[in-house]
Design a protein around this ligand. Structure first.
Ligand code: PLP
Length: 226
């Protein structure tokens, strides 16, 4: 029951954040981040109305896809090594965190149909995190846009962890500005901005997010391992 209630509360808060931003609620897709939670939790959220689910680990995604026969739109939101691309290519609506030409090429090769992807940009300056830098983003986006059988739909980011949602704002605004610049340079629409998690999705929506990735606020806390 808790998951259904959490889902309803998040939906209402997302709708309210959209309204404050003068945007229709249909602008924002809530991706329920189900990593480390069992298939039964996904089924509960789906029964409450959730459609989009995000997973971080290729094997875990494959297991859950085999187990669940529900009309789910899957998203891969984690870092992905090129050698695991075959587990994900063609199996998800969107791969959020592509940060190399090699990975995009592999996704295109392994997918039976055009694979939508996002370029992950690391704007918080954290060396250990995936994602290209703001400085290299345009060049990599240009490369990704030319890869066969993938379609670059936009950008994704993950700000440094903080207890203060407002701390994410400069990162979200920078991602939006980068999107505008890259879209102009490459002549692409790049409609998708994947940004915002449980702690800062309302700020992300104010800054133009089209996809918010929400785990803890829907499913509760995860084991510390992940
Ligand atoms: C786990 C994860 C999330 C969800 O984080 P919560 O704080 O639990 O909402 C969002 N995005 C990415 C990339 C993640 O790995």
């Amino acid at each position: 029951m808790t998951i259904a209630l959490n889902w309803a509360a998040i939906r209402a808060k997302v709708a309210a954040a959209c309204e404050r931003a003068g945007r229709p609620a249909s602008d924002v897709t809530i991706v329920a981040v189900s990593k480390t939670h069992p298939a039964s939790a996904i089924a509960e959220a789906a029964a409450a109305g959730a459609v989009d689910f995000g997973e971080n680990y290729a094997q875990e995604l494959a297991g859950k896809q085999a187990e669940l026969v529900l009309p789910i739109r899957w998203h891969f939101i984690g870092r992905l090594q090129s050698n695991k691309a075959k587990l994900v290519a063609g199996k998800v609506a969107l791969v959020h965190a592509v940060d190399s030409l090699g990975l995009a090429v592999e996704l295109g090769k392994r997918s039976p149909s055009v694979q939508p992807i996002l370029l992950a940009v690391n704007l918080g300056g954290e060396a250990t995190k995936g994602g290209v830098t703001g400085e290299t983003a345009l060049g990599v986006a240009r490369e990704l846009a030319a890869v066969a059988n993938v379609r670059l739909d936009g950008l994704m980011t993950l700000p440094p962890p903080s207890d203060d949602p407002a701390a994410s704002r400069p990162v979200f605004e920078a991602l939006r500005e980068l999107r505008t610049r890259i879209a102009g340079e490459l002549g692409l629409a790049l409609p998708v901005l994947s940004m915002g998690m449980s702690g800062d999705y309302e700020v992300a929506i104010a800054c133009g997010a089209t996809h918010v990735r929400i785990g803890t606020a829907i499913f509760g806390s995860r084991p510390a391992l992940h």
